[in-house]
Ligand binder design. Structure first.
Ligand code: E4P
Length: 217
């Protein structure tokens, strides 16, 4: 299972990378804006900076919503670094663009996926990754994990190679449940990744070991 961090914050990306468990990064226009990264040149530079920190795939989302401009924008993003994955919204032109990039051997991440049918189309288009948003489904009282499970079944039925990138992760249990279902990748805020470290019995046990060691020396 791959671990991606879902942020454009360079400090958090470095912290996850230093932990030694990071496989990649996902960003989106909202996450870039949150870090105050605006304007085309600054955005492109920021993607290059992220690629310098991590070894793995870095999803960079297009802003265009029509095929011609998605292709233009995606090609410019992909030319920045081999690590760049062109992130495309799950709309008709996004599916067409995913097919176009797939034919050219450029990696894609089809995002804003909320149904099994959308995930099926992304796989048919040859997307490298499909991003079902489980937290946002949970927010509207719909079982996000069930969607991950449905997509897993469908992809396994036909041997689709598109990787399921569980997105919109809100807490540690989302990560654990995705691992049980067999999502290929999770993309998560740093807090949910580091949250996996925590157990009170680990802290109590370590405290006792250190105290006992001190007594014996
Ligand atoms: C996925 O790639 C998105 O960036 C992300 O996971 C969205 O999560 P949110 O619902 O917390 O905004």
């Amino acid at each position: 299972m791959k671990f991606f961090i879902d942020t454009a914050n360079l400090e958090q990306i470095k912290e996850a990378q230093d932990l030694g468990i990071l496989d990649g990064v996902t960003t989106n226009p909202s996450l870039m804006a949150k870090e105050g990264i605006t304007g085309k040149e600054n955005i492109l530079k920021h993607y290059k900076d992220i690629c310098k920190i991590v070894d793995g795939d870095v999803s960079a989302e297009v802003i265009a919503t029509d095929f011609t401009n998605m292709v233009k924008e995606g090609e410019e993003l992909a030319s920045l670094n081999d690590q760049i994955v062109v992130k495309l919204p799950m709309i008709k032109d996004g599916v067409k663009a995913a097919k176009y990039f797939s034919n050219k051997g450029i990696k894609t991440n089809v995002t804003l996926v909320f149904s099994a049918g959308q995930a099926l189309l992304a796989a048919k288009a040859g997307a490298t990754y499909v991003s079902p948003f489980l937290g946002r489904l949970d927010d509207i009282s719909t079982d996000g994990l069930n969607l991950i499970s449905e997509i897993r079944d469908i992809y396994d039925n036909y041997g689709f190679e598109t990787e399921i990138l569980a997105a919109s992760i809100r807490h540690t249990m989302h990560i654990i449940d995705c691992a049980k279902i067999g999502a290929d990748v999770i993309t998560s805020p740093l807090s949910s990744i580091t949250g996996l470290l925590k157990h009170p019995l680990t802290d109590i046990g370590l405290d006792k070991f250190l105290k006992d060691h001190k007594k014996g020396n």
